[in-house]
Each structure stands twice: as C-alpha cells, then as structure tokens.
Ligand binder design. Structure first.
Ligand SMILES: *Cc1c(COP(=O)(O)O)cnc(C)c1O
Length: 393
C-alpha cells in the first residue's frame, strides 16, 4: 500500500501486514490512518503492560531524553542502578544485566550457564529445554526453542539443547546427564499456546535441579512483570530459580530486557558479556517508571481481579458457543475453539465496523488475550461483546 509519498514495498517482507497504518494509541485503544478505532487485546504481544502511551512512560522518556540519553555502557547511570535495585529487592536474585530484547537476555542466560558449567560442572554445557517452548529468534535461542520446523530452518542449529515434553518431570530426570548444566523453561508457554506449567511440576523441577547440582533458568520474558498477577510467574509456585530473563513488559513498549541471577551463579568476567545499549538510561528510566507502577499499592491485586474477571467471561462465552474452555494465568489467557477458525476470527475482528478489535491466534484453534495490565472491566466487556458477535456468525 501507499502511505503519503511512499510505498510499503520499501520494507523487507517478513510477515503479512494489513493495509493500515497505526498513528496514535491511548490506553487500550489504537487509531489508524483513517481515524478508525481499535480495541487492543494484543498490546504489542504482551509488551505494553500499562497500555498505549501511558503518562508515566511519556513523562519518563521526555525527562530522561532532555537530561542524558547515552553516557556509554562503560559508565554507571542513575536509572540503571535504581532499576537493578528495585528488581533485586523484589525478587530472589542478586544481580542484573540489562539487554534490549528477550532473545538477547536469553542468549546471556545461556552464556552464563555455559560459563558456570565450565567452572563448576566439568565443562557441562547442555541446557534441557521443552517441546513447543519459545525463547527468541537468534540462532541459539531458536535452537533452544521447540517450535516445529525451526530445527532445520537455519541449519546447522546451535547444539546442546535437548528437548523434553513440558510438564513431564520423569522425562527431565531421564535427560539429565554428565553434560547437563541447566534446565530452561517458560512458566507459561506463551507462543506455544498459553500452556501453564503445573505448579507441582515447577516445584519438582526446582527440587530435581538442586539435587542434581544443575541450574534452573526461567524465561519470564512474557510471564514476568505482573502478567500473571505476581510480579514474576515463578513466584506462583514459591520457587527460587537460579537465573531469570525478562523482556516485553519490563519496557512497557520500549526495547528493554534483563538477565537476573543469584550471586553464586554470577561468573562473568570483564569481556565475557556486554552490548552497546546495555543499561542505557533512556530505556532503564522507562523500566523504572513501569516497575514503580506495578509495585504501587493494589496494582497487582487489580491484575488478579481482572484476570479472574476475563477468565469468567471467557468461560461463559465458551459455554454459550459450545467451545472447549479457556486457560491461562492472570491477564495472559486463551480461549480454546472447537474448530480451526481462529485466524478468520482475528481477521474479521480487525475489519469490524465501526470498531476494530485486535486479537491473536497462536494456533488455528486458539485465541490469545494479552491486554494492558490496567485494562478496565468495561473494556473487557466490550471485547467479550464483540467476540460474542463474531463467534455467532
Ligand atoms: C517474546 C519472547 C521472547 C523473545 O523476545 P524478543 O524481545 O522478541 O527477542 C523470548 N521468550 C519468550 C517466552 C517470549 O515470549
């Protein structure tokens, strides 16, 4: 399509995009180039945790941009120190490394585990990961992912990521050998179709990895930062992992990610890890504004309450249309259809008149909901009403 004097053909083709350009956002709402309004239950893939253009992020960006954008990663800056302080004070981890994307944070976690294995596990380097897991789009994180077809797409893969079935502790146990250094998983498989790990599985995994002297890495890029109603999803199982990665919600819409680790695992030496933008104050100032909001009194209780409200409404919808139920945690949920029409529903929701609705279909029989964490009950009602009409057609 054309937009002003230019064609979208100048962009490298990597995905089918609809013929519209979003120009403005506010809370749970987006506006395209024709002025049409859309209710957004994707929010940049669970990224905009406070909705579009929330005042605290606009304020933090503006204030930091006019003060200091980039002193270089070789120097400390204020927001980097404050954000690391709040993350460690509110988790079981002692140290933080800031990155730009979830994949980059996971690469850091993989490197940290391999270095630790070289020092403490006789060169062990294998990291056990899970079928249908998703850890990012770099070569190593694609290799760690269990997505169908990714094992051959950019052959050869990075080696050292044996896969086992999710929620299967016996399979994990059987896979652990002398070369194993860690187990890495998402507390809820997001891209895989909103499949929560059973709390007993997470507890057993912590126990098993501790007994066998290997590391437990949780990829909380999608589940962290309040998404499931706790600040971090592994806290639902009351476990303490060795390493955690964050992305998506931590930046509320700007590129920010983090690698967190227990003190005894932090074995990077100067030269082992870095990156031009790591800890840059413009992004960490936003992260600081985000976490301050999430930690404000009652905020996470609100996520729990509206997560339950969304779940109840989805169950009612499922019963009314004879569907296969719903699942998820907090405000990361999915509706399971009785057929494979999820992509068509997503398309028709987008084209809705006068209001559009943004939904996601990670699988042909599944609709995923990842609204802003401060979405209102009224907005959930509006979405449910629109979806009800779409399902009836
Ligand atoms: C999105 C996602 C990633 C990758 O994050 P990017 O910022 O796209 O690199 C990694 N792990 C999980 C669980 C994710 O949901």
């Amino acid at each position: 399509m054309h937009y002003g004097a230019h064609s979208t053909d100048a962009l490298m083709f990597i995905t089918h995009r609809p013929d519209l350009v979003f120009e403005r956002g506010e809370g749970s709402w987006l506006y395209d180039h024709t002025g049409k309004k859309y209710l957004d239950f994707i929010q940049g893939w669970a990224v905009n945790c406070l909705g579009h253009c929330p005042p605290e992020i606009v304020q933090a960006l503006g204030a930091q941009a006019s003060r200091l954008i980039n002193p270089s990663p070789a120097f400390y800056n204020g927001p980097m120190i404050e954000l690391a302080g709040l993350l460690t004070a509110n988790s079981c981890f002692e140290r933080v490394f800031f990155a730009n994307t979830g994949a980059e944070a996971n690469e850091g976690a993989i490197k940290l585990a391999r270095k630790w294995g070289r020092l403490h596990r006789d060169g062990a380097y294998e990291i056990i990961t899970f079928g249908h897991g998703f850890h990012g789009r770099t070569l190593a994180t694609m290799s760690a992912s269990g997505k169908a077809g990714w094992d051959t797409l950019y052959h050869p893969q990075v080696s050292g990521f044996p896969k086992v079935p999710y929620n299967d502790i016996v399979a994990v146990d059987a896979q652990i050998g002398p070369k194993t250094v860690a187990v890495m998983l998402e507390p809820v498989q997001g891209e895989g179709g909103v499949i929560p790990a059973q709390l007993e599985f997470l507890k057993a995994l912590r126990e098993l990895t501790r007994q066998r002297g290997i590391l437990l890495i949780v990829d909380e890029v999608q589940t962290g930062m309040g998404r499931t109603g706790k600040l971090f999803a592994h806290q639902q199982a009351e476990i303490e992992p060795d390493i955690m990665t964050l992305g998506k919600g931590i930046g509320g819409g700007v590129p920010l990610a983090a690698l967190l680790a227990r003190e005894n695992v932090c074995c990077f030496e100067p030269g082992d890890q870095g990156g031009t933008y790591n800890g840059n104050p413009l992004m960490t100032a936003v992260g600081l504004a985000v976490i301050q909001r999430l930690l404000s009194p009652g905020f996470l209780d609100g996520v729990v309450a509206r997560g339950e409200y969304l779940a109840t409404q989805l169950r009612t919808l499922s019963a009314r249309h004879g569907l296969a139920g719903e699942r998820g945690a907090g405000l990361l949920r999915a509706l399971v259809l009785d057929d494979e029409r999820a992509p068509q529903i997503v398309q028709r929701a987008l084209e809705g008149q006068p209001l559009g609705l943004l939904l996601n279909a990670p699988r042909p029989n599944l609709l995923r909901f990842m609204p802003a964490l401060n979405v209102s009950e009224a907005e959930i009602d509006t979405m449910i009403g629109m979806l009800d009409a779409l399902l009836a057609r």
